[in-house]
Design a protein around this ligand. Structure first.
Ligand code: PRP
Length: 176
């Protein structure tokens, strides 16, 4: 397929699925029987949230947030802003932020600061992918699927100009 010419598979659908089963098991063990409120960070975390939630078992709720990030442009104090806020009141709930990827950490830092003001019972983060080399903010990610090099990746929710999100695998997008 011509559109796949510049894609180098990094994680197959089987590798992703297998890692998510492990993550779900680790997370459920940490929370015991307690309810977990998954906060899916749109749009990229859509598939990860769907798959993770189905393996967590027990009492799981899901809500959505969308953030505009301005990383890559000039840095300023207003680097990120909420485009779609949560519907659910998170006070006294176990909140688990679900990210597809943590790159600079700008998005996550902003979201964590915001959600902390709402007094959740606990606030943790799970990220399928983490790019430690790209980090600009000191964010504490509690559960990480895979650490990757500083490459541009697409698929399994991750896009380039809104393309490739629906790939069932994760691939490095090379410049053609
Ligand atoms: C991506 C990704 C994270 C964020 C990570 O979202 O889903 O939310 O960037 O980057 P950072 O650590 O440098 O802040 P994006 O803003 O591309 O939106 P999308 O999920 O709708 O594609």
């Amino acid at each position: 397929m011509a559109a796949d010419r510049d894609l180098e598979v990094l994680f197959t659908r089987e590798q992703i699925a297998s890692r998510i089963v492990e993550l779900a098991s680790e997370i459920r063990a940490a929370y015991g029987d307690e309810e977990i409120l998954l906060v899916c960070v749109l749009k990229g975390s859509l598939y990860f949230t769907a798959d993770l939630s189905r393996h967590l078992g027990g009492n799981v709720q899901i809500d959505f947030v969308q953030i505009s990030s301005y990383h890559g442009r000039k840095s300023s104090s207003g680097v990120a802003q909420i485009r779609k806020d949560l519907d659910i009141n998170i006070e006294d709930r176990n909140v688990l932020i679900v990210e597809d990827i943590v790159d600079t950490g700008v998005t996550l830092e902003h979201l964590v600061k915001l959600l902390e003001t709402r007094k959740p019972k606990s606030l943790r983060i799970v990220a399928l992918l983490s790019k430690p080399e790209a980090r600009q903010c000191d964010v504490d990610i509690h559960y990480v699927g895979f650490c990757i090099a500083n490459e541009f990746v697409v698929g399994y929710g991750l896009d380039f100009a809104e393309r490739y999100r629906n790939l069932p695998y994760i691939a490095i997008l090379r410049e053609g």
